[in-house]
Design a protein around this ligand. Structure first.
Ligand code: SF4
Length: 243
């Protein structure tokens, strides 16, 4: 086990924080034991591949590279439809700056975070964070607003405006979730100072819990059972009652 808590250069992501929140054993297996397990779910990896290709095409579009695909591209028709929808939703405006596949890392005391953005759009007085989803389920505002991704992405960006050479009001930061299968159902999350403080508290709280957690001690699987059926480690952790 590598105790990442002792590493100076380890930065938490929305994934690592969310994983610990769901189940500390899963966090240990993924981030400390470095075990990668494939999900035992039919069609899961095919869908992931199409989603990754969509993100690749989005990146090409925002950095100004041709987005046409080869004839044998998997799910070509679907991807073309999704790109049409993206271009209609976010037409390029020469007065705006598009930061595609952009990473921000920050370290403030023990809060060391990394956020990988699909897209940041810098407008005159506003900043938009866009995240592209390709799951077949319909996006729901209340789920996305509370999501660790929303908390970390908005918090990190607001704390690092200087990097982008910007000064904006809290209310001028937006996070927008876009799924090309539901193009008329953009989910926009607004921001304010209160949310920012709450986000700081909830991120700090999880980081403190990770810092203090006894990963060698006894583990009560029953507390986390509701996450087991979605967990890729279910097969190896069936009879596990301890670390
Ligand atoms: S199967 Fe359940 S208990 Fe085991 S790591 Fe996954 S979520 Fe945790």
């Amino acid at each position: 086990m590598l105790d990442i808590r002792t590493l100076e250069d380890f930065h938490h992501s929305q994934n690592s924080l969310n994983t610990f929140k769901q189940c500390p054993l899963k966090f240990k297996l993924k981030y400390m034991d470095n075990i990668n397990f494939k999900k035992d779910e039919e069609g899961y990896y095919e869908n992931i591949e199409t989603g990754l290709n969509f993100h690749l095409l989005c990146n090409r579009y925002f950095i100004g590279i041709d987005t046409s695909m080869g004839e044998d591209t998997k799910d070509k028709d679907k991807l073309e439809g999704w790109m049409k929808s993206l271009k209609k939703t976010i037409p390029i405006n020469k007065d705006h700056t598009y930061l595609s596949e952009y990473t921000i890392r920050m370290a403030m005391d023990e809060v060391r975070l990394q956020a990988n953005y699909d897209l940041i759009i810098l407008k005159e007085d506003t900043i938009e964070i866009w995240d592209f989803k390709t799951e077949s389920r319909k996006p729901i505002y209340r789920d996305l607003e509370k999501r660790m991704q929303t908390i970390v992405y908005m918090y990190v960006l607001m704390e690092n405006l200087k990097l982008l050479g910007k000064t904006i009001e809290f209310s001028n930061l937006k996070m927008i979730y876009f799924n090309p299968q539901y193009e008329d159902q953009l989910i926009q999350i607004d921001y304010d100072e209160f949310k920012h403080e709450e986000n700081h508290k909830s991120i700090k709280n999880i980081i403190d819990r990770i810092k203090e957690y006894d990963f060698q001690g006894l583990f009560d699987k029953s507390i986390y059972e509701k996450y087991c059926k979605y967990c890729e480690f279910e097969r190896i952790c069936e009879d596990k009652s301890g670390f």
